[in-house]
Design a protein around this ligand. Structure first.
Ligand code: GDP
Ligand code: MG
Length: 250
């Protein structure tokens, strides 16, 4: 076998490398912290910790910038990044998209925290803006569910219950039961910070900027791109409208 044939044979064994995301599809990369239940228990306050959430937001900022995304959303230990349908990033290669995004998130988050941590990454595909709104509504509903569970679990733990007892007490409890449980412990779930219940959204905004043109010696107004980090996201239809607007605005 000559060297070229051998080379081609080895390349062919990079079996999944030619797998690409469909051109024209809306793409979301979703990253999730690996083993973060334990990691957060070791290093952060429970159920929520503003420092931890700050590191997730700064990691989301890095991803949005490096991947040229339209919108990023973070809740709990996950981050979703929306790429526009025309994105040609990494030739749309699935292996590259998931591995580079996971690498970026892991590096950015670890540097921010000062401890090694890592993320997995997966690809979601949609065919229209309605799908994109469905996707982000789905993740926002997950944020609300996880926040309610987390608050209940850690309220019971802090009241002296063991892991098993807390888990058993919540098993089969309805949303109303959980709200009531918190209420009995003096917590009104509707009053816990919005970022915990609804997640945090990040997108680019155009803002007018007045500068001075030294050649013509006059004031000029231009537009600048600024990152918006929204910790008070709307819910339901309001959130869908926001997603549809951000997804389709360049
Ligand atoms: N301390 C702390 N923990 C958080 C925060 N947000 C998410 N978590 C935890 O991160 C974990 C995420 O869940 P999941 O991805 O299913 O668990 P994993 O498989 O262990 O990564 C849960 O245990 C959450 O309680 C936060 O703001 N502060
Ligand atoms: Mg996780």
């Amino acid at each position: 076998m000559d060297a070229d044939t051998f080379e081609a044979g080895q390349r062919a064994r990079e079996y999944f490398h030619r797998l690409t995301v469909l051109p024209g599809a809306w793409t979301v990369l979703r990253l999730d912290g690996r083993g973060f239940s334990r990691f957060t228990e070791e290093h952060f306050g429970k159920p929520f910790d503003e420092r931890f959430a700050g590191h997730m937001v700064s990691t989301a900022e890095t991803l949005l910038g490096e991947l040229g995304g339209r919108y990023a959303y973070t809740e709990s230990d996950e981050i979703s990044v929306l790429l526009d349908p025309g994105s040609g990033l990494f030739g749309r290669g699935v292996e590259k998209l998931v591995s580079v995004s996971a690498g970026l998130a892991s590096a950015a988050f670890s540097l921010a925290v000062g401890k090694p941590a890592h993320f997995d990454s997966r690809v979601w595909l949609g065919t229209g803006v309605g799908d994109v709104a469905d996707y982000f509504s789905w993740r926002q509903a997950d944020a609300a569910r996880c926040a309610l569970n987390g608050w209940c679990y850690w309220t019971l733990r802090k009241a002296g219950k063991s892991r098993r007892e807390a888990t058993r007490e919540l098993d089969g409890a309805s949303t109303a039961d959980k709200n009531e449980l918190l209420f009995r412990h003096g917590i009104n779930f509707n009053e816990v910070p919005a970022w915990q219940r609804r997640g945090v959204g990040l997108w680019w905004e155009r803002v007018p900027h007045t500068g001075h043109d030294p050649v013509r010696d006059m004031a000029v107004t231009t537009e600048r791109r600024r990152l918006r980090v929204e910790r008070e996201l709307p819910m339901k239809d309001g959130y869908r409208e926001l997603i549809e607007r951000v997804a389709t605005t360049r």
